[in-house]
Design a protein. Structure first.
Length: 190
């Protein structure tokens, strides 16, 4: 490349712009002749072709745009496809509420509150990234302690655990075998 710096500047502009831009507009903005910009664009285009990178310059009329190569479209689509949201089962939601309010908490403590086994719910919540292993309790058997993650906060639109709604009086954390019937706010897109 004859002018690596100019090519780098143009590449940055095209990347941030995302849309096609006229070569004359680039020339005016950068204080160069259009012919100098066209030469830099040719150098940049050759660089992309020679290196086998995932980007290319697309030219049409007197405009140029930085785009991904068509041959990599399927890979890009895999990443950018909307993720199918999976809702939480009632059992998983109840388990998540107990973990959120009592954390760090062991599986046995969650089961004592729910009154049923919760291995599957805990495993499911961990796979979804809503809870995590928060260490071991210093008791016989050293059971795993569970706590919520930042993804939990993000998913439910909370900035901290302090934003959790207050539990109704009959569901205080010290009570055993209570049925959790609480709905956390759904995450809003936007």
């Amino acid at each position: 490349m004859k002018n690596e710096r100019l090519c780098g500047i143009i590449e940055s502009i095209l990347f941030v712009c995302g849309e096609a831009i006229e070569a004359e507009k680039l020339a005016d903005a950068l204080g160069h002749e259009t012919s100098t910009i066209m030469e830099a664009l040719s150098d940049l285009e050759a660089s992309y072709q020679a290196s086998g990178r995932g980007l290319q310059l697309k030219r049409f009329s007197n405009q140029v745009q930085l785009v991904s190569k068509a041959e990599y479209a399927t890979y890009v689509e895999r990443v950018l496809q909307p993720v199918q949201r999976q809702s939480l089962s009632q059992a998983a939601l109840e388990t998540l509420v107990i973990v959120a309010y009592r954390q760090p908490v062991t599986r046995q403590e969650v089961e004592a509150v729910r009154g049923v086994k919760c291995d599957y719910s805990l495993q499911s919540l961990m796979q979804k990234g809503l809870i995590m292993d928060a260490g071991r309790k210093e008791t016989l058997g050293r059971p795993i302690l569970y706590a919520t993650t930042d993804l939990f906060l993000s998913h439910f639109g909370l900035t901290s655990l302090d934003d959790l709604p207050d539990l109704p009086g009959s569901l205080r954390p010290d009570e055993k075998h209570v049925q959790i019937k609480m709905e956390l706010p759904e995450k809003t897109d936007g």
